[in-house]
Write a protein that binds this ligand. Structure first.
Ligand SMILES: [Zn+2]
Length: 264
């Protein structure tokens, strides 16, 4: 089957195992059904996810102009503590920032090859955890806006990583960690202004991906105009496709690339 469209991160369904879909043109391709088959991506152009131009993609699926101007790429996205909509202060588009920042946010611990702290909009749970390839995750704060989530994350970053250990996540057998115990050790470092938002009944979520790492990790593949990206699909974890030679492709890093996608 041949499909064509602009790549965006895979959509997911939090089933066990997790179901993955690529939205290409008008079609939804269930990526789990491609496991064991040879898949091929041919790069045929670019389409900025904000302005739609066929301009080369700079970062986060956006052309360079949009990355520096679009409200979708303000610094508060990567640095929640820089959120200012709660003060009525505009970064790039106050109406958009209010809509995005002034909504419930979760601060969580997740196990992505190591335990890390992270922030997400409450509406993005468990999508955010699936996207990063966390096999365990636990929300511990629910705050009313993005700024407070950022303040909490910054305070904890001094004591625990905020980075996904993606090489470990993709290659090493999944190990269980006691997230409740880890949180209890960190709790005292939370700033006073977020203490009232600690979640009473902590609950660890377990996520089951259609890939079981077995110690190996191959090279990172990327889309190129010179040759197709292809291989026999072995599994999916996070936003990564893993091929039978253990090479990997991070779908999310190629958002905004227009591809022809073929399954055989
Ligand atoms: Zn653009």
């Amino acid at each position: 089957m041949l499909y064509q469209g602009v790549l965006t991160k895979m959509e997911t369904e939090s089933t066990s195992p997790i179901n993955y879909f690529m939205h290409l043109g008008d079609e939804f391709v269930k990526v789990n059904d491609c496991i064991g088959k040879t898949i091929q991506f041919d790069l045929i152009g670019y389409q900025c996810l904000s302005c739609g131009d066929n301009a080369s993609i700079f970062r986060q699926g956006l052309c360079k102009k949009c990355f520096f101007e679009s409200p979708q790429a303000g610094s508060w996205i990567m640095k929640p503590e820089e959120s200012k909509a709660h003060l009525d202060i505009e970064d790039r588009d106050l109406a958009f920032e209010k809509k995005m920042q002034l909504q419930p946010h979760i601060v969580y611990l997740s196990n992505t090859g190591g335990v890390k702290v992270g922030v997400t909009r409450k509406s993005q749970v468990p999508t955010r955890w699936i996207d990063q390839g966390a096999h365990q995750a636990m929300a511990f704060l629910e705050v009313p806006n993005r700024y407070l989530a950022g303040v909490a994350e910054v305070a904890l970053k001094a004591h625990i990583s905020d980075k996904t250990q993606w090489k470990t996540m993709l290659s090493q057998p999944e190990q269980s960690r006691d997230l409740i115990k880890q949180f209890n050790a960190l709790k005292a470092y939370l700033p006073d202004e977020v203490q009232p938002y600690v979640i009473d009944e902590l609950q660890v979520e377990e996520l089951n991906f259609p890939y079981t790492p077995d110690g190996q990790l191959g090279v990172r593949q990327s889309l190129s105009e010179n040759e197709p990206l292809k291989g026999k699909l072995k599994g999916i974890k996070g936003q990564y496709l893993i091929f039978d030679d253990y090479s990997i492709f991070n779908v999310r890093s190629s958002e905004g690339y227009v591809v022809a996608f073929n399954v055989r």
